[in-house]
Each structure stands twice: as C-alpha cells, then as structure tokens.
Design a protein around this ligand. Sequence first.
Ligand code: ZN
Length: 400
Amino acid sequence: MLFTERLYFADPYLRSFSARVVARDVRHGHPAVALDQSAFYPEGGGQPADGGTLNGIGVVDVQADGDLVWHMLAAELPDDTIEGTIDWDRRFDHMQQHLGQHLLSASFEHCYGIPTVSFHLGGTASTIDLATATLDDRQAATVEDVVNAVVWEDRPVLARFVTAEELSSLALRKPPVVNGAVRVVSVPDFDHSACGGTHPRSTGGVGIVHIRRWERRGATIRVEFVCGGRALRDLRWKNAALGRLAATLSCGTGELDVALARLRAAEEAARKGLEVAHERLRGYAARELAAGAARVGGIPVVRQVIEGTVADGRALATALADAGCLAIIGVTGAKTQLVLAATATLGVDCAALLRAALAVSGGRGGGTATLAQGGVDSAASLAQAIDAALAELERWPGRQ
Ligand SMILES: [Zn+2]
C-alpha cells in the first residue's frame, strides 16, 4: 500500500527533506511524482499548495490523492532519491494567514456568537464569510483587539490526532470533514478546530491580524483581512501613499481630511464661477452674432456651427432667440446636432424647419415652434441641413 508520510504535520517548520519516489504519473499536463515522505503541503482546507523544488526542479502544484501526495513538476525528474526544498517565504506567509484565520473566526464567535461559514486564502488578502447580515466598525475593532491580544500573549498552538471518543469531548469550533483519526489544532482556552493545515508553533508567529474591509454577500458578510508580513506590506504601502498625497497637498498626513475638504470647496466655487462666466460670454457672443444677422424672407437669421455639447448649442440658440433672431446652430462634438430657436413673435415654426433640414441630411429630432433640435447623421451633411432649413424659410407661406 503506497503512502506519503506528511512531514509538515509533526514539524511545520521543516524546510528541506530527503525522500524516495514511490510513484510516477502525468497530472494536469505535468510530470508528477509521489514520495514516501514530503514536507510539501498539498492544496486543501482553504490553504494553497506549497511551492519549492525537488532536486532543483520547480514544483508547480501539490495535490493529495488518497494516501499519496503528488508533486507536479516543471520538468521531468529522472532520480529516485530526492532532496526537497519548500519555498519558505510562501509557506510561512500561508501559516500566518491560516492561523490568523483560526483566531479571527474564534474571536467573532467569542465576541458576538457569529460563526464563520467559509475561508479563502488569496494571493494578497484572505477572506472569511460570516453568518451574519450586519457588521459595524465597533464590532470589527473589538474583534481585532481580542484576536491581537491572543497573538501577543504568544499562546502555544497544539496539533494532535484524536480518536472519535476524544473528539466528542472537545467543543470544536470547526467540525471535521474527514472520517477516521481527526487532527485537532488548539489554542488553549481560545479555539479548537479540526484542521489539516500548517500553523506557526505559537500565536505570536501570526504577528498581527488586521481587518481591512467587509461587504455584504447575500446572507453573509465577507471580511477581508491580512496577517503578519502582509499586514506590514499593507501598512508600508498605505503610509507611502498617504505620504505622497500629503506632499501633493502640502500638508501633514493628519491634515489630509481638512486639506481635501478645502480643495473640494475651492473646486466647487471655481466651477460655479466658470458657469457664470460662460453664461455672460454666451450673452456677449449672442449679441455680437445678432448684430450681424442676415435677413432671410424678412427674418433676422444667425447660422453658426460650434464645437461643444448639445447643451452648449441650446444655450447659444436660446440667447440668440432672446436677442430677436432665428438661430440655426450646428453642433459638432461627440454628436452632430442641429438646434433651432426663435421667439414666438417672429412667427416661424422651428419644428417645421428642422423637419425640412433632416429630410435632406438624414437624422431624427423634433420640438416646438420656438425650440427644436435633432441629431444629424454625419458632420459632413450639417451644412446641407442648415441650407435646407434656410431654403424652407424662404418658401415660408406669407413671407416674401
Ligand atoms: Zn488550520
């Protein structure tokens, strides 16, 4: 009966080991070997597989299959005896996140009776899903304080296999998913979990546990957290980012809130000032254009093409109408539009003129006798459309 002795059960700090190849295969497109013993952790229980090398050949994945642990390799491994080395930085990072998760889940139980329903150890951050519909800042801070107190007390982490009778006497936070002998990982007076993963030998190895954020996911709350080295890198990155922001705003990091509020207020005031200035500018432009209006069929007409938004076109057309003209404004920009405006006293029908224009250029639109607008199919046909509107004006019944 082939069997792999899992060395990480007894010593999760074992980084290198000697072993014998007991089986060979090709798995997921990679040459794969099973060993008589291995310190490599196979993916499972929310913890990713270890990386590392066997006789210098990269291990790309590790999977358990029955009693064997299979090592998927980057290249063919000809030897039958090997020296294995695990990627310790990766493994210890996983150990920190994994034990941090035990402690965090136990804290949520102890503080608020909230159970954890799932755990995911990700590449940069990890998550637990909590069986609760709500979580607030105060609760998260309390849980964080409790979990870090246990980390700093540096309590031992005990892992042992227990029988079914012993198991029934333990109040397990996380029940076993395997049959037979069950491995229980305990932090005295805090947590007992059925777990086959790797953990630091004492809680101090976790360093620190920090809840980064949380969000509602259906009936659960997903909490994102970082432990140990990841928390340090997170802090380093955030400090640098805050420092850059503060330097940009010429203030201390503690004054960022105030500086940003001031910046937003100044921006809002500038935006409003600009709006007023635009409005006045449009008025001047409209009066200047109205002074040079051509007369078509006895009506003062301003035709003009501007670049901008539909709102810009409408504002100019309305200003020209107020100045006593029929305005025929083409707008080029993200969309090509035609806007016509006139006061009722001129007695023209802007909607009818627009229809005549769009019949020539193609496009859709509509409006009233005093304001009409429509989209022109192409910028190239805009001049044609304006000419068509003017031609229609000349044909206007009752106007000579
Ligand atoms: Zn565990």
